[in-house]
Write a protein that binds this ligand. Structure first.
Ligand SMILES: O=C(O)COP(=O)(O)O
Ligand SMILES: [Mg+2]
Length: 232
């Protein structure tokens, strides 16, 4: 710990791949959409590396498995509408909390941190999912991928949270599963911790430039507690 480092006062936590394993929900919704287009189902293994960059990119990537770019453009609007309809109908049905999430959130609150959820998932999917999984009450603030003009890896959503909380980015840590979260955090000037069990666009999490890999949100709370002790 370098002298003069600020204590951490807030955590910005990612959703898909960090708090919830949502790939089984994506499988249902994407294959519902694909069936309407007469396309064969795809597997969770194919879907996993595609999650994390928001719905538009996801739908384009999924259509690109079968279509060339002009046909992707041609089918995009219908595919997106079908996907959203299917996702809202099944949202949360098969997604599960990762180990240590609820304990970690409790530990972070016990440290006196304010909590925000920042995800690239559309806000219309995010709010009901957080409520259904018992996560909503933990968060002072929630931003989805379409809540603000730009999404992660742009730093804008993280900087907005810092402003909302009245904190300097150096007092805030982002916790996520992917390079998307880390790039946004680095550009914002926040700390960043990475969990190893998520998606990270199919790449090893060790390649992500972060302040540490933590095995769970509970481990993240322990890391923050040690950091804050060292700043006193
Ligand atoms: O791309 C998405 O839909 C969600 O991704 P995130 O929760 O990891 O930001
Ligand atoms: Mg994620």
């Amino acid at each position: 710990m370098h002298a003069g480092a600020a204590a951490i006062r807030a955590a910005i936590i990612d959703l898909d791949g960090t708090m919830l394993d949502t790939v089984p929900d994506f499988e249902l919704a994407l294959n519902g959409m694909r069936a309407e287009l007469g396309l064969a189902p795809i597997t969770q293994g194919q879907i996993k590396p595609m999650v994390g960059k928001g719905s538009e990119k996801l739908i384009r990537d999924v259509l690109s498995l079968d279509f060339d770019p002009p046909r992707v453009d041609q089918h995009f609007v219908c595919a997106m509408a079908a996907y959203q309809r299917h996702y809202l109908a099944i949202n949360g049905q098969r997604s599960t909390l990762y180990a240590g999430v609820l304990e970690g959130l409790a530990a972070l609150r016990d440290l006196g941190l304010r909590l925000a959820c920042v995800t690239n998932k559309p806000i219309a999917f995010t709010r009901p999912l957080l409520a259904q999984k018992g996560l909503a009450p933990w968060f002072d603030l929630v931003y989805g991928g379409d809540s603000l003009p730009r999404k992660k890896p742009d730093p804008l959503p993280l900087l907005q949270v810092c402003r909302d909380f009245g904190l300097d980015p150096a007092q805030v840590v982002a916790i996520g599963d992917s390079s998307n979260d880390a790039e946004a955090a680095r550009a914002a000037g926040c700390f960043v911790l990475t969990v190893p069990y998520g998606y990270n666009h199919g790449k090893p999490v060790q390649e992500v430039n972060s302040d540490g890999i933590v095995n769970s949100l509970l481990d993240a709370a322990n890391w923050i507690q040690a950091h804050n002790r060292a700043t006193n």
